[in-house]
Design a protein around this ligand. Structure first.
Ligand SMILES: Cc1ncc(CO)c(N)n1
Length: 223
């Protein structure tokens, strides 16, 4: 018997072009091809540090919604808590990495695309945004990084050795499993979601894809 097609699978098929635009962006390709401009990498590093700091309260809000909103016999809270813990580690990593590259994190000004993305995250913190909708955004945000950086680690990639650790951070297998757990959470929620929630969740996914592309564009110096 064939497995049932999940909602996320349907969406990924439907929006493949946009999705690949986020995970196969020229910035990512430039890492993978080994011709990345290091100043672009440093821009990305500093801007992503700001983003991740704004991502923490967003993920905390998803955690709260999971606790309140799902009949959590499924362990959603624990999966999301794992995400919060990983972010704690990630913030330390950014500081260490910035030091390595001689970049300052304390006086970075968020660029426009980053400001808009952070504002979008803040809008999703609102209690009026359903757990399912927020969880879709969360999954998409994590999964795009996972697929993008895993792409830079494939056998035929020419990723510079000094960038491998960065790619490993999101491209490693256990981060991939974590993203799959998020995807399962999302599909379980969508399965029982109202048409209204499903429509909102799909629109939110598209907004995430656009913000991710803008974020890469900004890092690549194309804004
Ligand atoms: C812009 C952006 N998207 C996703 C992630 C994954 O956590 C990140 N660190 N930054």
């Amino acid at each position: 018997m064939q497995a049932k097609i999940t909602v996320t699978e349907t969406w990924l098929r439907k929006h493949r072009h946009l999705y690949d635009g986020a995970t196969r962006h020229p910035f990512i390709r430039s890492i993978r091809d080994g011709n990345i401009d290091i100043s672009a990498f440093k821009t990305w590093l500093g801007q992503d540090y700001i983003f991740v700091r704004a991502f923490v309260p967003f993920v905390a809000s998803v955690l709260t919604k999971a606790y309140k909103g799902s009949d959590d016999g499924n362990g959603d809270v624990e999966v999301i808590l794992g995400g919060v813990a990983a972010l704690h580690d990630e913030i330390s990593w950014f500081k260490k990495e910035a030091f390595k590259w001689g970049a300052q994190l304390s006086n970075i000004v968020p660029q426009k695309a980053n400001q808009e993305y952070c504002r979008f995250l803040e809008s999703l913190i609102s209690p009026e945004v359903e757990y399912t909708v927020a969880a879709v955004a969360f999954w998409a945000i994590e999964n795009i990084y996972q697929e993008s950086f895993a792409y830079c680690l494939e056998d035929d990639s020419k990723t510079p050795p000094e960038l491998k650790e960065t790619c490993q951070r999101w491209g490693n297998e256990s981060f991939g499993e974590y993203c799959n757990s998020l995807r399962n959470i999302v599909d379980r929620q969508l399965e029982k979601g109202s048409d209204d929630v499903i429509t909102k969740a799909e629109a939110t996914l598209l907004r995430v894809l656009e913000h991710e592309v803008d974020f890469w564009n900004m890092s690549h110096g194309r804004t």
